[in-house]
Design a protein around this ligand. Structure first.
Ligand SMILES: [Zn+2]
Ligand SMILES: [Zn+2]
Length: 102
């Protein structure tokens, strides 16, 4: 039995680009009544911590936590709603050029 597998076919994890992540609103967390948890690290959001809010679903996360998440995913960690980013904030074409010397 011969199995030949040549590395092909996608499988690249798709996430948001750095500029898209940076375009999301971030601010210092303010406690308003109840406690909010960050669904990425499961830690409680503390007053004054940098948090980021997803505009599509208004879920809150630690700034750094959701940044790391969105590099690998394009959906909210809580509700799986697609994270919508203002198209104007994105580069017109994928600016990521793989530089390979031959
Ligand atoms: Zn977190
Ligand atoms: Zn959500």
């Amino acid at each position: 039995m011969q199995m030949q597998q040549r590395g092909g076919g996608g499988g690249v994890t798709h996430g948001l680009g750095p500029s898209a992540i940076a375009a999301l609103p971030a601010y210092a967390y303010e406690k308003k009544g109840g406690a909010d948890d960050c669904a990425v690290c499961l830690g409680e959001l503390q007053r004054g911590e940098d948090v980021k809010q997803l505009p599509a679903c208004a879920h809150l996360f630690h700034d750094a936590c959701v940044d790391a998440w969105l590099r690998l995913h394009v959906t909210c960690p809580v509700c799986r709603f697609p994270v919508e980013v203002d198209a104007a904030a994105l580069p017109p074409a994928a600016a990521q050029v793989v530089a390979q010397s031959q």
